[in-house]
Design a protein around this ligand. Structure first.
Ligand code: C2E
Ligand code: CA
Ligand code: CA
Length: 411
């Protein structure tokens, strides 16, 4: 089974008549790749299937896939336009991968999906694990859609602490999913899929709104930190969504801290910089998460409008490593972050010994199990002495300066 790379793009930019002409030309080329006894079909859209009887299926199918790939990667002359496409191919072999047409088509489709996700212009054979993996993914995706509607998500909050005063300076919202069958599912498990499927956009909006509303109940000097995914920047809705969450909760923009990772901002840096710049102008604080694990260049750190650096847990871990080299690297990373003169938070602090070194290095904040694990909102409310707060303040009651910033940042 095969489909064309970027067919939708070609259709959208050059028009449907060109798209149709391309499909005909592709069919003609496919005919030159196969034996007379083979069968070619168009399954719909830009999807084609080839059925051929082979005595040595694996070797022969791979050779056929190569031929097709080569044939379709040559430019197509379609009257007014020269079009370049390419193809991804999934291969299933009967009777090993299925004994009826449904099973074979499904197996080939899964192999095609795999070929596409490992980079376009390749072919892939069906493997039984693909079926299980796809199944698990589909289930998780379906459950995640459901989770948002039926209120299975919850935020826990983990304090970060000022190292000089020992006071809590704010709390980071961390997403938790109570799955009705599987119990508590960790964010490491579902956030990558939520990013891939785009579900992180509505989930992220829910997180922002919930975290800001929760912060409205805390003493006003406490910040609330929210993690952002790259997909949220790509959605273009980020700035209005943040405005909305701030306005609905009534908290001052200076209390909201957005955590972004280096790797998130390396891609699409234009769009990300624009959005972060707007938010920063509004007074929202920006934190660089997992510092040290990405590839920030010095010039990048200068350009990027952030207020805080969060030193990744792995470095905090290595501060007391038995290996001298690891220990030196960890110290150098901490020292470098501190030397940039921003707030520096060490993540994942678990012991007094780690804490002592971080103090010595003049780190400004720490976060980790040594002080507190993430806790549910009721426990946090007790910890910070929250009061039940009346209805959130409307934007018109904000300080005039904040209102002006919102208006100018909203463009
Ligand atoms: P992160 O932003 O680096 O969050 C810190 C993670 O370290 C949290 O894991 C936290 O529970 C854990 N942690 C905190 N202190 C310690 C410690 O002392 N020792 C150890 N071993 N671990 C500690 P969690 O809650 O499982 O979250 C994992 C990741 O999932 C987060 O890493 C973040 O990248 C992502 N995530 C969580 N909530 C959200 C969210 O609302 N939106 C997005 N986009 N990502 C989220
Ligand atoms: Ca974080
Ligand atoms: Ca982190």
């Amino acid at each position: 089974m095969l489909d064309l790379d970027r067919f939708k793009e070609i259709n959208d930019t050059l028009g449907h008549p060109t798209g149709d002409a391309l499909l005909q030309a592709v069919a003609a080329r496919l005919c030159t790749c196969i034996r007379d006894t083979a069968l070619i079909a168009r399954l719909g859209g830009d999807e084609f299937a080839v059925i051929e009887h082979m005595s040595k299926p694996v070797a022969e199918a791979a050779a056929l896939a190569e031929r097709i790939k080569r044939a379709l990667s040559e430019p197509f002359d379609l009257g007014d336009h020269q079009v370049i496409t390419g193809t991804s191919i999934g291969i299933a072999v009967a009777p090993t991968d299925g004994i009826n047409s449904d099973q074979i088509l499904k197996a080939a489709d899964l192999a095609l999906y795999r070929a596409k996700s490992s980079g376009r212009g390749t072919f892939h054979f069906f493997e039984p694990e693909l079926d299980q993996r796809m199944h698990a993914r589909r289930n998780l995706e379906r459950d995640m859609r459901h989770a948002l509607v039926s209120g299975e998500f919850e935020l826990h909050y983990q304090p970060f602490v000022d190292l000089k005063s020992g006071d809590i300076s704010g709390l980071e919202a961390l997403l938790r999913w109570h799955h009705p069958q599987r119990g508590l599912v960790s964010p490491a498990e579902f956030i990558p899929l939520a990013e891939e499927t785009g579900l992180i956009v509505p989930i992220g909006e829910w997180v922002l709104r919930t975290a800001c509303a929760e912060a409205a109940k805390w003493p006003a000097d406490l910040k609330v930190a929210v993690n952002l995914s790259p997909a949220q920047f790509r959605s273009k809705e980020l700035v209005p969504v943040v405005f909305g969450a701030l306005a609905a909760s009534g908290i001052a923009s200076q209390r909201l801290e957005l955590e972004v990772t280096e790797t998130a901002i390396m891609h699409d840096s234009e769009a990300v910089f624009a959005a972060l710049g707007q938010l920063h102008k509004l007074g929202v604080r920006i934190a660089l998460d997992d510092f040290g694990t990405g590839y920030s260049s010095l010039s990048f750190l200068q350009k990027f409008p952030f207020d805080k650096i969060k030193i990744d847990r792995s470095f905090v871990n290595e501060l007391l490593s038995a290996k001298e080299e690891s220990r030196l690297i960890a110290r150098a990373v901490v020292r470098f972050a501190v030397s940039l003169g921003k707030t520096t938070t060490a993540e994942g602090v678990e012991t007094k010994e780690q804490l002592d070194i971080l103090r010595e290095e003049a780190c400004t904040e720490m976060q980790g199990y040594y002080f507190s694990r993430p806790k549910c909102s009721a426990e946090i409310a007790q910890m910070v002495g929250a009061e039940a707060v009346s209805a959130p303040v409307a934007t018109r009651d904000w300080p005039a300066e904040d209102r002006r910033k919102i208006q100018s940042a909203a463009g």
